[in-house]
Design a protein around this ligand. Structure first.
Ligand code: GAR
Length: 212
């Protein structure tokens, strides 16, 4: 990746999402990968790709605000244009979120605003939903909320288990997240209040890619 557009990726786990961003060879530079957990595979993936890594353990901090303050300081050393949450399983304080207004995105495994929170694949199956997917959205201080830029939508199959559904959703996440990041890196996307502008035009809703 050779570009002046700088990304910092935050993660907590296996980092398949990070891997998809690395492999997409975007017009952007991943300046650093930061985890709130030591020893996760996501950090190994980053090191293998020659990306600087940091582990900032949240358990060492008395409060969320203390952790978020140090996290912010660390991120800002890299002067990122975009902060990408890639399986970063932490609620962020409003100070943190406001600091990165318009520059902080997340991917969440559901068709938001449905199924915020955890265990989305299991809940979708339990509810007998015909459709499921994943959403790329700007982060606001409310959990899994914020203007939605791009969604992947796919059918839930009668044969689906939680595991198979998660795998199918993840495969699509690995397409839509790099796509959304490339739009941002190319300067095509801007946030104004709660409105997203694409190529200068206000979006009426998210771009939805159907994988039927
Ligand atoms: C992804 O499916 C992502 O959508 C989800 O965590 C997974 C991370 O996978 N994020 C959330 O649930 C955020 N609320 P990975 O660790 O293999 O990249």
């Amino acid at each position: 990746m050779n570009s002046d557009y700088r990304i910092v990726v935050l993660l907590s786990g296996s980092g398949t999402t990070l891997q998809s961003i690395i492999d997409a060879n975007l017009p952007a530079n991943i300046s650093a990968v930061i985890s709130n957990k030591v020893g996760v595979i996501g950090l190994t993936r980053a090191k293998s790709a020659g990306i600087p890594t940091h582990a900032l353990e949240h358990t060492n901090y008395p409060t969320r605000e203390d952790f978020d303050r140090d996290l912010k300081e660390l991120i800002d050393q890299y002067k990122p244009d975009l902060v990408v949450l890639a399986g970063f399983m932490r609620i962020l304080s409003s100070d943190f979120v406001n600091h990165y207004y318009g520059k902080l995105i997340n991917i969440h495994p559901s068709l938001l605003p449905k199924y915020k929170g955890t265990k989305t694949h299991q809940r979708v199956i339990d509810q007998g939903e015909p459709l499921h997917g994943s959403s790329v959205h700007f982060v606001t201080s409310e959990l899994d909320s914020g203007p939605i830029l791009l969604q992947a939508r796919l059918p839930v199959l009668s044969s689906d288990s939680t595991g198979s559904l998660e795998l199918r959703v993840k495969a699509k996440e690995h397409i839509i997240y790099p796509t959304a990041i490339s739009w941002l890196a190319e300067g095509r996307i801007h946030l104004d209040g709660n409105d997203i502008y694409m190529d200068g035009k206000k979006m009426a809703g998210p771009v939805v890619i159907d994988y039927m």
